[in-house]
Design a protein around this ligand. Structure first.
Ligand code: PXL
Length: 270
């Protein structure tokens, strides 16, 4: 069975991180491989602590994944420090270079806690971006990566063109709460950088801060690719998935919303 490989951190609240990746894969009817890079302790009052898994243990997990499982797509979220990023980059380029790779350049938790140590950001750009089929920064991450301020989808297109120069094939800028109120994401593609695709929401729910949307979006794209969809169709399908999961979000604790993966399922490609 073809499966996605998730390389991501643990979120003890299960809103984001590998727990969210696995729930997404399950909704897409898939098993998955899961390489854990960090353990975060978090809950309603934010992130209490972050412990990074050693690069050696990350590498051991990676080796088990390719020992016999049919990894067809890779998705990474939080990875950790420079050494961990180097380990993942080396491994992917040696063993999984021919597989599509969805890179979510996670830098902060929803609560604002840093999940990408300052000295690791450059490593991620230099070593992982050139391997990526799709990079999925949210607006804040795209601003950091491009050095531009993003106010409109057209600004996002400009930022996407700058980010493409880091060597990835596609840049999807997500989570734009633009003044048009439409929740449009912007896809800029290496093959046609001046022709962005605007991935529109059908049912945008404003003003609800639901955890895990970035993790699930990138994972859902990876799952769509396994089901044989093109990059653009995987993104469109993943967008519907997130919209459904947000529309039916679960209030796990007062004002602490998580995605409803079970109610997102109706869009699963078969
Ligand atoms: O949503 C970003 C994210 C990614 N990975 C882990 C997280 C979070 C946010 O909290 O905890 C492990």
């Amino acid at each position: 069975m073809n499966i996605p490989l998730f390389i991501s951190g643990s979120d003890s609240s299960c809103g984001a991180g590998f727990q969210c990746d696995l729930m997404t894969a399950r909704s897409y009817g898939l098993q998955a491989g899961c390489v854990v890079t960090a353990v975060t302790a978090q809950g309603t009052s934010g992130v209490d602590s972050v412990e990074l898994i050693s690069p050696a243990t990350i590498e051991r997990q990676l080796h088990e994944e390719i020992g016999g499982f049919a990894i067809a797509v890779v998705k990474s979220g939080m990875i950790g420090g420079p050494e961990s990023i180097r380990t993942v980059a080396k491994f992917l380029s040696r063993h999984l270079a021919d597989k599509p790779y969805v890179l979510d350049p996670v830098s902060k938790a929803t609560s604002g806690t840093t999940l990408l140590p300052a000295d690791a950001a450059r490593f991620m750009q230099e070593q992982l971006f050139p391997l990526a089929t799709v990079v999925t920064p949210n607006v804040a991450e795209a601003e950091e990566l491009s050095g531009l301020e993003l106010r409109t989808p057209d600004d996002a297109e400009q930022a996407g063109q700058v980010i493409l120069k880091l060597g990835c094939q596609n840049v999807l800028i997500t989570g734009g709460h633009w003044s048009d109120g439409a929740g449009t994401d912007v896809l800029v593609t290496r093959d046609n950088p001046t022709q962005p695709q605007f991935i529109k929401a059908e049912n945008f729910v404003k003003d609800r801060n639901v955890r895990g949307t970035g993790c699930a979006y990138a994972s859902a794209i990876a799952c769509g690719l396994i089901h044989g969809l093109s990059v653009v169709d995987s993104i469109r399908n993943a967008k519907r998935y997130i919209e459904n999961a947000v529309a039916h979000a679960i209030e796990l604790a007062p004002n602490y919303w998580v995605l409803n993966h079970r109610r997102a399922q109706s869009n699963t490609p078969t």
